[in-house]
Write a protein that binds this ligand. Structure first.
Ligand code: GRG
Length: 303
């Protein structure tokens, strides 16, 4: 069977992303209204509603649609995923971690609210995300919701975000870090949540085992490519263009793809991963058009 991995020319990714982003932003607002303690809610909302590409929730909705269901049923989970992601950004920027001072186009959470509130805002976003899924997921068998909770719990914990961060911190300043270690770090730190995003949507939409396996492979490749691109842009881009601090990796003596493989080889690896990821999902035809186009746009960001 031949597969077309070129994006459908009649599909406008920019418009699709804008519409999805607006829907997610509006729903996030309703899922995190201002309450008491006000300072805590303000800190949570400050980072959550600061913009961001909303890539993970968009992937979740797209995963649901590939499975043939309405994106709407995955909306609470999509918003919960953005909360988990935002938690990880707040904690990642803390002085004891990456010590970032600029994120999503504004000063980082701890710069605005202090370290204690930033830690608690992150913790609260994480806990709130699971409450949200449990309370607001509707029109779906409970078994699927439970599977989503397991998927996201795994992605946030020692096998995912937290474990990846520990390994990343341990690699700082070490010159002998190889590609395998780097891949392990990023599979957990970046890949796990991207994978869980696509999978959660697919689970809610009722995907069968072969479809889930394909979507997993797609997301794993996308996740790795995403991190490679992130590492490259940390070297080649600017704070103005990215809306976050750049050059942090080099100053912290971090193992990154450009440092381990060089810029050209890092680019090549990202391109191979993206082409394979697009092939993984192209078999699903029109329903996978957004996933194919999204993967392609990652490479565009390097041009
Ligand atoms: C406390 C359970 C727990 C976990 C936290 C701090 C931490 C452990 C993990 C760090 C994870 C992290 C920040 C990985 C980097 C992933 C990455 C490439 C982020 C940038 O994502 P974008 O570009 O950002 O999607 P926007 O702002 O567009 O959402």
């Amino acid at each position: 069977m031949t597969m077309n991995i070129e994006p459908d020319r009649s599909f406008d990714l920019g418009t699709y992303l804008n519409i999805r982003r607006a829907r997610i932003d509006a729903t996030l607002e309703t899922f995190l209204a201002l309450e008491e303690p006000r300072a805590l809610y303000e800190a949570m909302r400050y980072s959550l509603l600061a913009g961001g590409k909303r890539l993970r929730p968009i992937l979740c909705l797209a995963g649901c649609e590939v499975a043939g269901a309405r994106a709407e049923i995955a909306l609470p989970t999509a918003c919960a995923i953005e909360m988990i992601h935002t938690m990880s950004l707040i904690h990642d920027d803390l002085p004891s971690m990456d010590d970032g001072d600029y994120r999503r186009g504004r000063p980082t959470n701890h710069k605005m609210y202090g370290e204690a509130l930033a830690i608690l805002a992150g913790d609260s976003l994480l806990a709130h995300s699971f409450e949200l899924i449990a309370r607001h997921t509707a029109h779906v068998p409970a078994k699927r919701t439970l599977a989503v909770v397991a998927e996201l719990g795994r992605a946030a914990g020692p096998r995912g975000l937290a474990g990846g961060q520990v390994k990343d911190l341990a690699s700082e300043g070490k010159s002998e870090v190889g590609v395998e270690v780097l891949q392990d770090i990023h599979t957990r730190k970046t890949g796990a949540l991207l994978e869980a995003s696509v999978l959660s949507g697919a689970i809610l939409g009722g995907a069968d085992a072969p479809m889930k396996a394909r979507l997993r492979r797609y997301a794993q490749r996308l996740g790795l490519a995403f991190q490679i691109v992130d590492d490259i842009l940390d070297v080649t881009s600017t704070r103005e263009a990215l809306g976050k601090s750049v050059g942090n990796d080099a100053s912290a003596g971090k193992a990154t793809y450009p440092r381990v493989l060089g810029l050209a080889e890092s680019r090549r690896l990202a391109e191979v991963l993206i082409a394979d990821a697009r092939r993984d999902v192209a078999v699903f035809g029109d329903r996978a058009t957004p996933l194919v186009a999204l993967a392609g746009s990652l490479i565009q960001s390097l041009r």
